[in-house]
Design a binder for this molecule. Structure first.
Ligand code: HEM
Length: 223
């Protein structure tokens, strides 16, 4: 009788242990903010394609900027007019540089920030489509008062874009200059949850916990 009671007590303790472990995993996953991502596609009046993808993780943001391979191009953040934080990509094809620059108002582009906080992860050039893509990384909070913070709680963002609207492969424009009326505009970017490896791992661990549990009970019952 007492053996049966102690076995049941052990079973109870194990069940509480596993449930506690699963609750801990769930709480842990909630504490780690889930990444979000979003993309904007722009078709300029000339038919030129530009796009930007942002993936915001817990601590850093990865940006993928695509624009004409024969022109400088730029995206600006949290604005519908020519002002505030922007990333300006200069050069041609896959020979590119990027700067953080705060635009001061319509017609006044300002100059590159004194402290630059973006790093280039890679650049690719699609000759058939005349497109360049540059992939960048930046800390969500750089500590630089000139940089906006990015956060996984963001749901949408106003974005401006620009390039030298009159440039062509035969008439390239690598250095920042007036975009012209057809070379600028604004769009809205919407964020949605991005796949998170941590959730998959924790779910797998929780599942293993549940699978192991009856096996131990069976082994104990046989002994
Ligand atoms: C040398 C650099 C630049 C010059 C001289 C310049 C000049 C101008 C001028 C004169 C206007 C008003 C006329 C128009 O609508 O076209 C304008 C508007 C605009 N610019 Fe620029 N720009 C420059 C760089 C940029 C950059 C890097 C962006 C970033 C995406 C940008 C985004 C815009 C936008 C969205 C507008 C329309 C809204 C507004 O007037 O504020 N510009 N720019």
């Amino acid at each position: 009788m007492s053996v049966v009671r102690s076995e049941w007590r052990e079973v109870g303790i194990h069940t509480v242990g596993y449930v506690a472990a699963i609750v801990a995993f769930v709480l842990c996953c909630q504490a780690l903010a889930a990444p979000v991502a979003g993309t904007v596609h722009v078709a300029a009046p000339s038919g030129q394609q530009l796009s930007m993808t942002m993936k915001i993780d817990e601590a850093k943001t990865t940006l993928s900027l695509t624009g004409p391979s024969y022109s400088w191009f730029s995206f600006g953040f949290d604005t519908t007019t020519m002002e505030g934080y922007s990333l300006i990509v200069e050069g041609l094809n896959d020979a590119r540089t990027v700067v953080e620059q705060n635009l001061l108002g319509s017609g006044t582009p300002g100059s590159p920030q004194a402290i630059q906080n973006v790093s280039i992860l890679g650049t690719s050039y699609d000759a058939a489509q005349n497109l360049t893509t540059i992939v960048l990384e930046r800390a969500n909070q750089t500590g630089d008062p000139n940089d906006p913070s990015f956060s996984t709680s963001m749901t949408s963002l106003d974005v401006i874009w620009a390039y030298r609207g009159s440039a062509t492969p035969a008439l390239p424009s690598p250095t920042l200059n007036y975009h012209g009326r057809n070379g600028r505009g604004d769009v809205s970017l919407t964020f949605s949850p991005a796949p998170e490896p941590a959730t998959v791992v924790s779910l797998a661990l929780a599942a293993i916990g549940w699978l192991i549990q009856p096996r131990q009970w069976r082994r104990r019952a046989r002994a």
